[in-house]
Design a protein around this ligand. Structure first.
Ligand SMILES: Cc1cc2nc3c(=O)[nH]c(=O)nc-3n(C[C@H](O)[C@H](O)[C@H](O)COP(=O)(O)OP(=O)(O)OC[C@H]3O[C@@H](n4cnc5c(N)ncnc54)[C@H](O)[C@@H]3O)c2cc1C
Length: 365
C-alpha cells in the first residue's frame, strides 16, 4: 500500500492536517491507536476558542491562534458545530497584579487582537460579587464542542476519500528512497509506504520520534507532562462569561470555564508529573478554594467536586519559560518528507485548522 501522506494521531491536529491534505487530492491515511478519534489531549481540555492575547507576536502560538480563531468560528458555522462566542475577562484581583495585566493588554494589542481595558468601577457594575481591580475584555474568546469538531473533521476526511485507521499503532518508520516504510500493528503487523510522514501524536511525540530511524536524537525534544485538574461547581454562581485570573505559582490562573450545557468548572492547575497518568488528586481542593476565593469570596466549597484532568505536552521544564509549538521539516532536521510536530499544548484546539493549512503548505512547497 502506498500513500502520499501518513499522519500519526487522530487528535484535532492530525485530523486537521488530514482534512486539508485530502482536500487537495493527496491520498491520506491517519493511524490512530485508539478505537475513536479525539481521545487523547483533544478530549481533555477547556474547549476554549482563544483569541491569541498572551504569547509573543511572532510565535507560532500567536499566529496560529489568531488566524485559527477566525477559521474555527467560520468552520463551526459551516458545519453547525455547537459554539458560543461568550467572551472572556482577564482579571487582576489585587493592585499588585495591575502591571502584569497591562503587560498582557499591550501584548494583545501587538498581536492585533481586540482587547478592551476596563476599570474597577466598570467591573463592579458587571461582576459586583467579584474582587476585580481592573480587567481586560476579549469579545472573541468563546467555547466550542470539541467532540463535534472532531466528528466534523472526520466527516470531511472521509468525504475527501481519506482513511482513518483506528486501533492501529504506529510501530516504526524506516527511510526509503520514495519516502518511508512504516510498520503498523492493528492486531496483525503490516507495512505501508508513504511519501510524507507526519508525527501528530501529542503526548507521545517523543516516543514516536525515537522510532523514526532517520531522525537524530538532537532533532526532537523529550516531552514533559504538566497535569491540569478541573473541579466542577454545582451551585448558583454569577458567571456569564469566561473569567481568567492571572497566573500564580499554582496555576496559569484557575479559570472559570463552561461547557456548552452551561456547567461551570474551575481549572486547570499545573501539577508536573513524570508519567501519563489521568488519576485525580482530590487533595488539591483546598488550594483551589483558596485560589478561587481570591476573586470570588462567596464560593460555596461544598459545591465544588472533582471533574477531570488533562495533560499538557510541554517542551519546557517547570522552571523554564514558555516554549513555542514545534513544527519541524527537512530544513530543521534534514529528513526529507518528515514533519515532526511537538509541544502543541493550549491553544492547540483553537490553532488546529491553521496548523493544518500550514502543514499542507510545507508539503506543497
Ligand atoms: C488541560 C488542557 C487544557 C487545554 N485547553 C485548551 C483550550 O481551552 N483551548 C485550546 O485551544 N487548546 C487547549 N488545550 C490544548 C489542546 O487540547 C491540544 O493542543 C490539542 O488537543 C492537541 O491535539 P493533538 O492532535 O496534537 O493531540 P491528541 O489529541 O493527543 O492526539 C494525538 C493522537 O495520537 C495518538 N497516538 C499516540 N501514539 C500513537 C501511536 N503509536 N500510534 C497511533 N496513534 C498514536 C493518540 O492516541 C491521540 O489520539 C488544552 C490542553 C490541556 C492539556
Amino acid at each position: 500500500m502506498f500513500f502520499d501522506v501518513t499522519i500519526i494521531g487522530a487528535g484535532v491536529v492530525g485530523l486537521s492536517i488530514a482534512k486539508f491534505c485530502s482536500e487537495q487530492g493527496y491520498s491520506v491515511v491517519v493511524l490512530e491507536q485508539k478505537s475513536r478519534a479525539g481521545e487523547g489531549i483533544s478530549s481533555r481540555n477547556s474547549g476554549v476558542i482563544h483569541a491569541g492575547i498572551y504569547y509573543p507576536e511572532n510565535s507560532f502560538k500567536t499566529k496560529f491562534c489568531v488566524s485559527g480563531n477566525e477559521l474555527l468560528y467560520e468552520y463551526a458555522d459551516h458545519k453547525r458545530i455547537n459554539y458560543k462566542r461568550i467572551g472572556k475577562y482577564i482579571i487582576a484581583s489585587n493592585k499588585n497584579d495591575i502591571e502584569k495585566l497591562h503587560k498582557i493588554y499591550r501584548q494583545g494589542i501587538k498581536n492585533l487582537v481586540e482587547v478592551n481595558l476596563l476599570s474597577h468601577r466598570k467591573m463592579k457594575e458587571i461582576y459586583p460579587e467579584l474582587n476585580i481591580e481592573e480587567a481586560i475584555f476579549s469579545p472573541n474568546t468563546g467555547i466550542i464542542d470539541v467532540p463535534e469538531l472532531v466528528s466534523a473533521l472526520e466527516g470531511d476526511i472521509q468525504h475527501n476519500g481519506g482513511l482513518i485507521s483506528f486501533n492501529t499503532t504506529f510501530i516504526s518508520a524506516e527511510k526509503i528512497e520514495q519516502g518511508f516504510r512504516i510498520s503498523c500493528d492493528d492486531g496483525t503487523s503490516y507495512k505501508i509506504d508513504s511519501h510524507y510522514l507526519i508525527n501528530a501524536s501529542g503526548l507521545y511525540s517523543d516516543v514516536i520520534s525515537k522510532k523514526i530511524d532517520a531522525l537524530n536524537d538532537k532533532d526532537f525534544s523529550l516531552i514533559k507532562y504538566a497535569k491540569g485538574h478541573y473541579f466542577k461547581y454545582n451551585g448558583n454562581h454569577p458567571f456569564t462569561t469566561l473569567v481568567y485570573p492571572l497566573a500564580n505559582e499554582f496555576s496559569s490562573g484557575l479559570h472559570v470555564g463552561f461547557d456548552l450545557s452551561g456547567q461551570i468548572r474551575f481549572g486547570p492547575d499545573i501539577t508536573w508529573v513524570d508519567e501519563i497518568d489521568f488519576s485525580f488528586d482530590e487533595n488539591l481542593k483546598d488550594k483551589f478554594i483558596k485560589s478561587i476565593k481570591e476573586y470570588w469570596p462567596q464560593l460555596d466549597s461544598s459545591k465544588l467536586h472533582p471533574d477531570y484532568v488533562g495533560i499538557r505536552p510541554k517542551l519546557q521544564n517547570f522552571n523554564e519559560t514558555m516554549k513555542d509549538f514545534s513544527i519541524k521539516d527537512f530544513n530543521d532536521h534534514g529528513v526529507d518528507g518528515l514533519i515532526n510536530i511537538q509541544g502543541v499544548e493550549s491553544p492547540g484546539v483553537t490553532s488546529c485548522l491553521s496548523i493544518g493549512k500550514y502543514v499542507l503548505n510545507l508539503i506543497k512547497s
